[in-house]
Design a protein around this ligand. Structure first.
Ligand code: GDP
Ligand code: IMO
Ligand code: MG
Length: 426
C-alpha cells in the first residue's frame, strides 16, 4: 500500500457503510505513522478483532490499536466529548495506551446534548432512520454558523453565548415538533466545564500537524466513516448522513490539500448492506435476507439494528469508484458467501424498457427498478484460511474478477474473516 510515491491514502466506504473499514484500517495501520478521521462522529462504528478481543471504535481512529501509530480527529468531524472520553476510558481499561498519541482538531465542532435530543425527537430523523447521535443537528449548526467549536472551550465567556444560541435554536425546533422537552444551557455549560480540562490538552492544529508529517515523509491513512452512498452530495439524498464521506471530503476534513492525497482505497463487502431507511435496489426478499444477515452477523455496530442485505451492486460500486477516484478495492466478507450455491452481481437496473447502468441522482428513477443480475457459480468451500488469491477456489476468483472488470478497479485486498490475519494481499 505505502511506497515512496504513495504515502497519504484515503480509505472510504464504497457502499452504505459498515463495509469493514475498521478491519482494513487496522491491517494497514501496521505500516502507518498517522491515522486521521476526517468526517462524521459517533454515528460510526468500526469493528476490529484482535485475538479474542473485539473493539468498536466510534470516534477514535482505528489506528489507535497499533502502539506507536499517532491518531487524530480532524476539523471535518463533529465530536461528542462525553462519549469520546467513555471510548478513551474503555480503551485504556483494555490495555490500549492512548496517552500522548491522540490529537483533536481545535476547529472540529462539538455535538452537544441538545443535538442528540433534537435528533432523537425529530420526525425527519425517524424517517431517515438516523443513529440518534446528534450528527445532523450538529452539522446543521455548523453550516448555519452558530456551531460550537473545540477551540471555543478556551474562551468561557464566548462559549456561554454560543451555547445560548444553540439552545435557543434547539428549543425552537423542539417546540415546532410539539415536544415537551427543552434544551438546557446550564446543564450544557456544566458538562463542558467538566470536560474542557480533559479535552483541551488533546487539542491541536491537526491540519498543520498532518501537513508537517507528510512533509517529513510520514505514511498517513485518512479513515473515512459511513459510505459513499450516504454522502450528503453523492448519496441517496435525503437518506444520507450529513457529511462528505467521499474522498473529496478527506482533504477538507483532515485540513490538508487535495493534492497531498496519493491513493483512495474503496472498501466493499462481497455483497451489500444498509442500516436505516432509503433505497437498496438489490435488497433480498425473505428468507434469503435473513440467511445472509445471519451468515454475515449483520447487526449495526453502533445501534444494534439489523442491517438490510442484498447482492453485490455493481452499479453502486462503479459509481463510488468514479466519485472517489478509487485506485483500488478491498473486498471484505467474501467468506460470508461460502455456502451459497449461486451468487449474483447486479450490472444494471431495468426501469420499464430502459436499462440504467449509472446510479441516478433522482430516487424516483429507482422506483420500480428491477436489478439485472449476472448469476455465477458459488464455491461452496470455506475461504477463511485463504491467504493468497491462489488459495481461493476458482469460482471465488471468477467472482472477484467479475467485480474487478465491472468496477474497472483492481482488488489488491480480499478479507476472508474478522481476524487480523484473515486477509489476502497485505
Ligand atoms: P465499518 O463500519 O466499515 O468499520 O464496518 P463494521 O465494523 O460496522 O462492520 C463490519 C463487520 O464485519 C464487523 O463486525 C467486522 O468484524 C466484520 N468483518 C470485517 N471483515 C470481515 C470479513 O472478511 N469476514 C467476516 N466474516 N466478517 C468481517
Ligand atoms: P460506519 O462508519 C452505516 C446511516 C444511518 C442513517 C443515515 C443517517 O460504521 O460505516 P446519521 O445518524 O448519520 O444522521 O444517520 O446514515 N449511518 C450509517 N450506516 N454505517 C455507518 O457508519 C453509519 N453512520 C450513519 O443508519 O441511515
Ligand atoms: Mg460500522
Amino acid at each position: 500500500m505505502f511506497d515512496s510515491k504513495t504515502r497519504t491514502v484515503v480509505i472510504v466506504g464504497a457502499q452504505w457503510g459498515d463495509e469493514g473499514k475498521g478491519k482494513l484500517v487496522d491491517v494497514l495501520s501496521e505500516r502507518a505513522d498517522w491515522v486521521v478521521r476526517y468526517q462524521g462522529g459517533a454515528n460510526a462504528g468500526h469493528t476490529v478483532h484482535i485475538g479474542d478481543k473485539s473493539f468498536v471504535l466510534h470516534q477514535i481512529p482505528s489506528g489507535i490499536l497499533h502502539p506507536g501509530v499517532r491518531c487524530a480527529i480532524g476539523n471535518g468531524t463533529v465530536i461528542d466529548p462525553e462519549t469520546l472520553f467513555t471510548e478513551i476510558d474503555e480503551l485504556v481499561a483494555d490495555g490500549v495506551d492512548v496517552q500522548g498519541r491522540l490529537y483533536v482538531s481545535d476547529r472540529a465542532h462539538l455535538v452537544l446534548p441538545f443535538h442528540k435530543l433534537v435528533d432523537s425527537l425529530s420526525s425527519a430523523s425517524k424517517e431517515i432512520g438516523t443513529t440518534g447521535r446528534g450528527i445532523g443537528p450538529a452539522y446543521e449548526d455548523k453550516i448555519a454558523r452558530r456551531g460550537v467549536r473545540v477551540l471555543d472551550l478556551r474562551h468561557p465567556d464566548r462559549l456561554r453565548g454560543l451555547v445560548e444560541k444553540g439552545v435557543a435554536h434547539a428549543d425552537a425546533m423542539l417546540i415546532s415538533y410539539g415536544a415537551p422537552e427543552r434544551a438546557d444551557t446550564e446543564a450544557t455549560m456544566a458538562l463542558l466545564q467538566r470536560l474542557a480540562p480533559r479535552l483541551l490538552p488533546l487539542t491541536d492544529d491537526v491540519g498543520l500537524m498532518i501537513h508537517s508529517a507528510i512533509s517529513t515523509g510520514a505514511n498517513v491513512l485518512l479513515e473515512g466513516a459511513q459510505g459513499s452512498l450516504l454522502d450528503i452530495d453523492h448519496g441517496t439524498y435525503p437518506y444520507v448522513t450529513s457529511s462528505s464521506t467521499t474522498s473529496g471530503g478527506a482533504a477538507i476534513g483532515a485540513g490538508i490539500s487535495p493534492m497531498a492525497i496519493h491513493a483512495a482505497l474503496g472498501i466493499v463487502k462481497a455483497y451489500t448492506t444498509r442500516v436505516g431507511n432509503g433505497p437498496l435496489p438489490t435488497e433480498l426478499q425473505e428468507p434469503l435476507g435473513t440467511q445472509m444477515r445471519t451468515l454475515g452477523n449483520e447487526f449495526g455496530a453502533t445501534t444494534g439494528r439489523p442491517r438490510r442485505c442484498g447482492w453485490f451492486d455493481g452499479v453502486v460500486v462503479r459509481y463510488a469508484a468514479r466519485i472517489n477516484g478509487l485506485t483500488g478495492l478491498a473486498v471484505t466478507k467474501l467468506d460470508v458467501l461460502d455456502t451459497f450455491e449461486k451468487v449474483a452481481i447486479c450490472t444494471g437496473y431495468k426501469v420499464g424498457d430502459d436499462l440504467h447502468t449509472e446510479f441516478p441522482g433522482d430516487l424516483a428513477a429507482l422506483e420500480g427498478a428491477v436489478p439485472q443480475y449476472e448469476w455465477l457459480d458459488g464455491w461452496q468451500t470455506s475461504t477463511a484460511e485463504a491467504r493468497a488469491l491462489t488459495d481461493l477456489p476458482g469460482a471465488a476468483r471468477k467472482y472477484l474478477d467479475r467485480i474487478e472488470s465491472l468496477v474497472e478497479t483492481p482488488i489488491p485486498y480480499v478479507s476472508v474473516g474478522t481476524r487480523r490475519d484473515q486477509i489476502i494481499g497485505a
